[in-house]
Design a protein around this ligand. Sequence first.
Ligand code: NAD
Length: 373
Amino acid sequence: MERLRWTVARRDWLKAVGLATSSVLFPPVARSSLPLHRQLGVALVGLGNYANSNLRPALRETHFCRLAGVVTGSAQKGAAWAHHYDFSPSSVYHYDEMDELADDPNIDIVYVVTPNAMHARHCIQAAQAGKHVICEKPFTISVAEADAVIDACRAVGVKLSMGYRLHFDPFHNVLRNMALEEDQPRFKQMGGALSFELRGNAWRATKALAGGGPLMDLGIYVIQAACMAAGGVAPIAVTARQLPKLRPERFADVEETLEWEMEFPQGERCRGRTSYNESANRFRADGEGRWFQLDPAFTSSGLSGSTHLRPLNFDPVNQQARQMDAFARCIIDDCESKVGGDMGRRDMVIIEAIYWAMKTGKRVKVNLTRSVT
Ligand code: NAD
């Protein structure tokens, strides 16, 4: 019944929109200079803050892909997006209609931007509709779910990427290149923190929707940077401790502040901290006189940093546009994403190990091996 109502409503949207929406909310679209037939169509699933404030504007700067559809719980919002951002209203879907994407030639890539606990379901539905998939971080809320998404994508031969925008940022490229430089001392000590004071946004503090607290949402960036600084490898073991809650009623379900340490295979160590009740945004790596530091380290813009050699200065880039274009190129050139499912799964394994260490108070080994069932 709900689905029928949605379908009927879809027919009427185009007539209704334009009258009901404001040009302040929907600024005019600047179209890419490349012809549409060379661009892959992206459908955003979940039109919340990140989709609207970052991904939609980024899709005006991409060369190889463009906004071509949406999946949303609000028919009105979907119709307004179609009208204002110039895609077909027939490419607006309800979450319950994702199987219909299979018949939509406008959509090549489905970009999942819903709350964390819904990522697996939406990614699997997108793959089963035959669409390539980008999944926002964290990949899922468990390793088992990550495996299920990877399997679903492999089963139908679609490509999978994480929404790991920092791998397309020039500051983080310096870190990656320094970590991989041969004949140079390795980074031995790393440290990073990402925290903000959580207000509103109830799903982020609800375990059933977020899968965890700030570790899932923010700490994952420190994990990513540490693995990059260690030369692209995962830690072998972790320890962790949860700090006492200052707002226990707000964070009844998830950790409020967490500290953890990662040990890497060649003895490197990284201390991380993340919180929903502090403010921090930094990363530093040190090794025998070489160092790299960023502060702010993990935002979409305004990064600032230096190395033992020089201050870092780069022209601003749109990380999300670069990230989506890189994935579109993978599809066009038939290669794998450098931020693919294996990397997303790696981070879920690390996160599960950190939570287990937090719970048990013990050192927990990080086991990336996939169990055979
Ligand atoms: P948000 O709350 O602003 O948006 C979530 C969207 O999901 C909304 O449109 C909401 O209507 C929809 N939704 C569907 N089912 C829902 C349900 N049962 N409960 C609540 N909302 C539901 O969140 P956001 O900040 O846009 O985050 C969305 C995803 O993007 C998260 O996984 C988050 O980790 C990720 N994110 C990534 C970055 C980044 O820099 N890569 C930044 C912010 C968010």
